[in-house]
Design a binder for this molecule. Structure first.
Ligand code: MG
Length: 272
């Protein structure tokens, strides 16, 4: 079949014209949008349900709000066990404070958590000695996934004039995320971590469905901003994920010889 070039050109032009009619709003449609905006009322975009649950805040912003689970209020370690054998935690409680007992090792919560908001306070003793990772080392494992240091560690370390690798300093996600700034206080002064933890989610076959995320305020200053974790925090080697469901929160008794640090005022709010 012989088609003249001029006929083909006319066909293409006609097709292009009808495509333009399909994809571009007509003048009438533009007028409709403008008139519906003109008729819109403020209440069209108001949402009234669901009404957020009332939570009574603490007497200050470090005290537990009414829906928090208090993990340590200065009196006892009833919420905690030894990681090693799940026996009662044997760290030293005195004067409203719990101090690491390096001889007995890590402790973790009896309860298991998924997503949560955590508040915890810690203090490196004024008489601290040592340097780098051997100066006030401890840690808050946001999910404890095994014995010893298995899990996801938010590092605790003397942050004041204490040089170390920056992805291992206080406020770091150990060997994964450098803190954005260093708002650390001197030894002998109390420090706070406020954490938002989004646990990783796994498929039934153990593959990763969605990674863990963490946001951390250190002494009220943002140091981790919705950081996406690469897996568990490891001392040696590259991080990777291992399937778990809910997990305890774990505190580290680090093996270095420096004086043990203390914790106080620990509470958590589960997020659903
Ligand atoms: Mg540590």
């Amino acid at each position: 079949m012989h088609i003249r070039f001029s006929s083909l050109l006319a066909l293409v032009t006609a097709l292009a014209g009808s495509m333009a009619l399909i994809t571009q709003p007509s003048a009438a449609q533009n007028n409709d949008t403008q008139s519906s905006q003109a008729a819109a009322k403020p209440e069209d975009t108001e949402i009234w349900e669901p009404v957020p649950v009332v939570v009574t805040p603490g007497k200050n912003n470090t005290a537990p709000p009414s829906d928090a689970i208090v993990l340590f209020d200065g009196k006892n370690l009833d919420e905690w066990v030894s990681v090693q054998d799940k026996s009662p935690a044997k760290w030293l409680v005195a004067d409203g404070v719990v101090t690491v007992n390096k001889a007995v090792g890590n402790i973790e919560t009896k309860r298991k958590f998924r997503d949560y908001q955590l508040h915890i306070e810690w203090k490196v003793p004024a008489n601290i000695t040592g340097s780098g990772q051997a100066r006030g080392n401890s840690g808050v494992f946001l999910a404890s996934t095994g014995p010893d240091d298995g899990g996801y560690e938010l590092q605790v370390l003397d942050p004041y004039n204490n040089k170390t690798y920056v992805n291992g300093m206080a406020g770091s996600i150990y060997k994964q995320a450098i803190p954005l700034v260093n708002p650390g206080r001197k030894p002998g002064e109390w420090q706070t971590y406020d954490v938002v933890w989004t646990a990783p989610v796994f498929e039934a076959d153990g593959s990763l469905k969605s990674p863990a995320y963490v946001t951390v305020f250190f002494n009220g200053v943002l140091v981790q901003n919705h950081f996406q974790l690469k897996g568990e925090t490891l001392y040696i080697g590259q991080p990777f994920y291992r399937k778990f469901d809910a997990a305890p929160i774990k505190l580290q008794a680090h093996g270095d010889p420096s004086q043990p640090i203390s914790f106080r005022n620990i509470w958590v709010r589960e997020l659903r």
